[in-house]
Write a protein that binds this ligand. Structure first.
Ligand code: SF4
Ligand code: SF4
Length: 371
């Protein structure tokens, strides 16, 4: 395990962090998973009031003998308008966690301009008071917002770290990594194994293209060789799920790894040919609020790498997860044509959206918690 400075928090975090939203089948499994994470060198645990009984089980794990001082703990507060005060939320979290100090608090999902305004005007000032009182250590945020919104939030200078969705298969937020570094912020990558492509269970095509590497190992390597990234979260459901990830090193990518990454990109472009969406986002806005780039990203991955299960998992969240996954599905396209002249690839966007909808629709499903 390697450790990196978490930006200007000056904490030294392990390259991997344990996200504790999945190891909740019992307090025993939770304890064993945390214990194994610590044995492997993980020193950062991430929880939230909205992760079911995660805070409570972590409090029990501390009671049962996990030394509180052996780990840094991050929990969250919501920026929504009807949430209770941040002060009350943090004090409730301290009670659940059976601790009087929380190392890091992230505002949970600055996903809209209203969330950012509320954070700046109310939540950050409340949290800053708690920092002065010694109840919490550092303030950051997580987000599902647009690139512009993420950049605005970073540029306020109010936050010491950011929790981002940034993966090999989703590089839209690359400028946010650079902006965070310019502000000397820590960068925590949210669940690259799952949200970054469901890479614990990759399709055969992707496995074959990544040979001799496992797609999960390759994605961890791709992230960790970027020294601007501090730590990657692993949402293990049980201790055994921690073994593969923590084996990934953080040295520069080897010639063979670079060759595999080039092969992945070349295969995507060749397979999609004239249907390849470059993810430039120039097609937006759509009057029907269709999330064109995200739908075509999922189509890219489904056609190119046979990542249909991942595509369905994410597509299902459109129209089901509010501001956590905004925009409408492809079948709402009225073929108005507004987006067409804006697409530098001259893609037949309506046709591709209907095709993506056919490939990816699979009922509404219940939304899994998504940071
Ligand atoms: S053609 Fe479809 S996707 Fe494009 S702007 Fe009109 S409704 Fe939106
Ligand atoms: S403008 Fe075209 S290439 Fe760019 S994201 Fe939209 S559909 Fe994809």
């Amino acid at each position: 395990m390697q450790y990196r400075r978490f930006g200007r928090t000056e904490l030294s975090l392990s390259n991997f962090s344990l996200g504790t939203m999945r190891c909740l089948s019992s307090p025993q499994v939770f304890y064993q998973t945390v214990n194994r994470a610590i044995e492997l060198g993980i020193n950062h645990l991430e929880t939230a009031p909205s992760y079911g009984r995660s805070e409570e089980y972590l409090g029990l794990a501390f009671q049962r003998g996990i030394p509180r001082e052996s780990v840094y703990v991050t929990t969250k507060v919501l920026p929504t308008i009807n949430s209770v005060s941040a002060d009350a939320e943090i004090r409730a979290s301290c009670q659940h966690l059976q601790t009087d100090y929380i190392d890091c608090v992230a505002i949970h999902g600055i996903n809209t301009p209203e969330h950012l305004t509320r954070s700046i005007e109310y939540i950050v000032p409340e949290l800053q008071k708690l920092v002065k009182q010694g109840v919490i250590g550092h303030i950051g945020f997580s987000t599902h917002g647009s690139l512009d919104l993420v950049l605005q939030a970073i540029q306020t200078g109010l936050f010491e770290f950011v929790n981002l969705h940034y993966y090999y298969f989703f590089q839209r937020l690359a400028p946010a990594i650079a902006a965070a570094q310019a502000q000397d912020m820590g960068v925590f990558i949210i669940s690259p194994g799952d949200k970054g492509g469901q890479l614990f269970t990759p399709p055969a095509r992707l496995m074959e293209l990544c040979q001799p590497y496992h797609p999960l190992s390759l994605t961890y390597r791709w992230l960790l060789q970027d020294l601007r990234v501090t730590t990657l979260s692993v949402g293990a459901a049980e201790p055994e799920e921690l073994e593969l990830p923590v084996g990934a090193g953080s040295e520069s990518l080897s010639a063979e790894e670079l060759m595999v990454i080039d092969r992945l990109q070349a295969h995507l472009e060749t397979t999609l040919d004239t249907d390849f969406c470059s993810q430039c986002h120039a097609c937006l806005p759509c009057p029907e609020d269709i999330n064109i780039p995200e739908i075509l990203r999922l189509r890219n991955l489904t056609v190119g790498y046979e990542m249909a299960d991942y595509g369905k998992y994410r597509y299902r969240m459109l129209e089901n997860a509010g501001h956590w996954f905004p925009g409408k599905r492809g079948h709402h396209c009225t073929e108005c044509g507004d987006c067409l002249p804006r697409c530098p690839q001259q893609l037949k966007i309506p046709e591709l959206l209907f095709d993506a909808d056919d490939r990816l629709k699979s009922g509404n499903g219940r939304r899994l918690w998504d940071h």
